[in-house]
Design a protein around this ligand. Structure first.
Ligand SMILES: C[S@@+](CC[C@H](N)C(=O)[O-])C[C@H]1O[C@@H](n2cnc3c(N)ncnc32)[C@H](O)[C@@H]1O
Length: 218
C-alpha cells in the first residue's frame, strides 16, 4: 500500500519506532491464517501497525481497536488512517493501564498485538486477559532484542503456567519454514506431556538476526 510505504519512510526519518518489515511479513501470514475479526493493539504510535493490520483483515470484515498513550501520535494516527482509507480502525488516546477499556473493547478479542513499553508487557497481559478467549492469538513484539527488560512478561507466563513449546530436535523452528498449525505442532510435541494439552503455550519466533516475536496460543 502506497500510504504505508510513505509512512514507513517518514517514521524512519523521524526515528519513530514501528514494526520491522520482518514482523510485518510475519503478521501477514498469521492474520491470513487465523482470520481474526476482532483485534486489539496496545500502542499504535502514529498508526503504522494498526493501518497494516486493519488493511490485512478488512476484506473479512475485521476491525482493530488501538490504544496510544501520546496524544500527538494518536492524532497523527487518525490522520494517517484517514489518508490510508482504513475505516476499520478505532483509536483511543488512553493509557491502557488506567483506561476504562472494558467499556471500549468488544470481547472476546480474536487477536492481540502488543508493542509498547517492554518492562510493562506483563501488566498489559493482565489487562488483555480479560478480553481473551482460550483461542485468542497474542503476538508480542521485540522479545529477543529486549529480553532483559521482560521480567514482568515472564513472571506473568509463570503465574499463568503458560509454557514454552519447543520444536523437536532437528525440526524447523522458524515461521518461514512453518506451514502447519501451531496447535498441531504443540499436539505432536506434547504427546509425552499430556498435562499441557489444555493449556496455553508460547513460542518465540526469530524473524531477524537480533529480534523476533512471542506468540501465545492455546
Ligand atoms: C514501538 S511504538 C509502537 C509502534 C507501532 N506498534 C507501530 O508499529 O506502528 C511504542 C509506543 O508505545 C507508547 N507507549 C505506551 N506506554 C508507554 C510508556 N509507558 N512509555 C513510553 N512509551 C509508551 C509510545 O507512545 C509509542 O508510541
Amino acid at each position: 500500500m502506497e500510504k504505508l510505504k510513505e509512512l514507513r519512510k517518514s517514521c524512519e526519518s523521524r526515528r519513530i519506532p514501528i514494526i520491522s518489515l520482518a514482523t510485518e511479513r510475519f503478521l501477514w501470514k498469521l492474520l491470513r491464517k487465523h482470520k481474526p475479526k476482532i483485534c486489539l493493539e496496545i500502542w499504535g504510535a502514529v498508526g503504522y501497525s494498526s493501518i497494516y493490520i486493519g488493511w490485512v483483515i478488512k476484506d473479512r470484515g475485521g476491525k482493530i481497536t488501538s490504544f496510544e498513550i501520546s496524544y500527538p501520535a494518536y492524532q497523527e494516527g487518525l490522520q494517517n488512517s484517514k489518508e490510508a482509507h482504513c475505516y476499520n480502525i478505532i483509536s483511543y488516546p488512553y493509557d491502557v493501564l488506567y483506561a476504562p477499556i472494558k467499556k471500549l473493547v468488544q470481547s472476546p478479542v480474536d487477536f492481540i498485538f502488543i508493542d509498547g513499553q517492554k518492562s510493562q508487557y506483563g501488566e498489559y497481559l493482565e489487562i488483555v486477559e480479560k478480553f481473551s478467549s482460550p483461542h485468542t492469538v497474542i503476538v508480542i513484539d521485540d522479545v529477543i532484542k529486549y529480553h532483559n527488560k521482560l521480567v514482568s512478561l515472564y513472571s506473568f507466563l509463570r503465574k499463568k503456567q503458560i509454557n514454552c513449546v519447543w520444536t523437536p530436535k532437528g525440526g524447523s523452528f522458524g515461521w518461514e519454514n512453518y506451514t502447519g498449525d501451531l496447535r498441531n505442532r504443540k499436539h505432536k510435541w506434547n504427546e509425552a506431556f499430556s498435562d499441557f494439552e489444555n493449556s496455553r503455550v508460547y513460542q518465540i519466533i526469530q524473524l531477524e538476526p537480533d529480534d523476533g516475536v512471542m506468540v501465545i496460543v492455546k
